[in-house]
Design a protein around this ligand. Structure first.
Ligand code: PHE
Length: 440
């Protein structure tokens, strides 16, 4: 069923009443290009990583302006996502219509960028893609429906003479020498066995070893560089004896389009911090990009820029990235990782909302992300946090009750109690209309 078309980044897209779950408040967040801004934490971090990765051999072509609308094929099918993969569900992903969605990851552009290498449009053997990505999720200090990722890929053409082996060896030794020049030493622990995470059969053991080492050392170089900058600024700002060692570990992971797959974690502030997923690219993806079967070997990684930027710049709330407040933007400058100095925070105001689910529906029929979406659509960036604080089933009436606690708080201005009441009433009204619930 057709409904009003959506205008996203200057293009019109048909919608479908039964499928579309992108709301206008999400559309309003497209095209902001935070990752392109020189003096925005996300932009500064992107620039730092691009510069470092290209300092070894300049192999990476940088794509930073892809539009956020992609096809379901690009986001999922071309990457080998099974048809029942949970990532495809409407509760997790913003669909525009039956064919298009807001990309959920930068991997959606891998096939296209590999194709540029295949058809000679790009002369470089690798690429980096940075972009805004969209996921339906909870509302709290670290989650926002839009965040930024950087994808990195590298590719070698195989030949029977084994020239590529020599090439990867050379590339790897350049990387290793660069790593050894970093002031911060990475202590790596490799916990990733290949059990249940095997190499692709077409690769020789040697190819596999070289390619995965090149991948791991490339990511370690990024980690060393980024955390080195942070440690340096901590030394400067806090005048502390700070160790110049960083503990990292490799663990196995699963992604439909890479095999084997790994994740790197960094020991930071007494916890393992998950930084980046990666792996050796499946032949299927490269075939979709036009390469003959088994003609290439390639690796890919994807890292979330916002979470790393929050940690490096000590940003307490992800919504700050989206503020227009000069007190935020004036603090950052190109190339510098500095500590954010909080300015006076406007007070927040908490409201609870409790409701009975209609008796013919069970909890499964109302997904928390759908409740979050209603709240976000109604209150926008005035919601700081939403928590499900209570749920119980009435033993006699066999009805289920849910209670959400919403904290309203603006990054940019004071909001009055009566304004909060008005918004909160509207949230209640929207919940009643959408889910047919009974407010308690
Ligand atoms: N796209 C993956 C994610 O969003 C990350 C990834 C990229 C993993 C490339 C492997 C290879 O989690």
């Amino acid at each position: 069923v057709a409904s009003a078309p959506l205008n996203i980044c200057g293009k019109r897209y048909a919608t479908d009443e039964n499928i579309t779950n992108v709301t206008q408040s999400i559309v309003d967040l497209t095209g902001r290009g935070l990752h392109l801004k020189d003096s925005h934490p996300v932009g500064i971090l992107r620039d730092a990583i691009e510069t470092k990765l290209n300092s070894t051999d300049g192999a990476f072509k940088c794509y930073n302006e892809f539009q956020p609308v992609v096809s379901i094929y690009e986001n999922f099918d071309s990457l080998g996502f099974p048809s029942d993969h949970p990532g495809r569900s409407k509760s997790d992903t913003y669909y525009i219509n039956g064919e298009q969605l807001l990309r959920t990851h930068t991997s959606a552009h891998e096939m296209e960028c590999f194709a540029h290498i295949q058809n000679g449009e790009s002369k470089q053997s690798g690429f980096l893609i940075s972009a805004d990505v969209y996921r339906r999720d909870e509302i709290d200090r670290t989650h926002y429906p839009v965040f930024h990722q950087m994808e990195g890929c590298r590719l070698w053409m195989r030949n029977s003479r084994g020239d590529h082996i020599k090439q990867i060896q050379d590339d790897l030794s350049k990387l290793q020498s660069q790593l050894s020049q970093q002031k911060t030493k990475i202590i790596v622990q490799d916990d990733s066995s290949l059990e249940g995470n095997p190499k692709q059969a077409y690769m020789s053991h040697n190819e596999f070893e070289l390619c995965s080492q090149h991948l791991k050392r490339s990511i370690e170089l990024v980690v060393a560089e980024v955390f080195e900058r942070k440690l340096e600024s901590m030394r400067r700002e806090k005048d502390l004896e700070i160790p110049s060692e960083l503990k990292c570990r490799w663990i196995k992971a699963y992604f439909p389009w890479t095999a084997p797959s790994w994740e790197i974690e960094v020991w930071w502030q007494d916890d393992w911090l998950e930084l980046c997923g990666c792996g050796l690219v499946q032949q299927e993806v490269l075939k979709n990009a036009g390469f003959p079967a088994e003609s290439t070997i390639s690796w890919a990684f994807g890292l979330g820029l916002d979470r790393i930027a929050m940690l490096l710049f000590e940003i307490p709330d992800i919504r700050l990235f989206w503020t227009q407040d000069e007190r935020f933007h004036s603090q950052f400058q190109k190339g510098v990782i500095s500590t954010f100095k909080p300015y006076s925070k406007y007070p927040g105001s908490t409201r609870d909302i409790a409701f009975w689910l209609p008796s013919d529906k069970d909890f499964k029929n109302i997904h928390t992300n759908d409740v979050m979406e209603i709240i976000r659509t109604t209150a926008g960036d005035l919601v700081e946090n939403v928590k499900l604080i209570d749920q119980f089933t009435h033993p006699k009436k066999l009805k289920k009750s849910l209670c959400y606690r919403i904290n309203y708080q603006s990054m940019d201005r004071n909001i009055t109690n009566s304004e909060v009441n008005e918004i909160h009433n509207e949230v209640a009204k929207q919940l009643i209309e959408t889910f047919d619930v009974e407010v308690r």
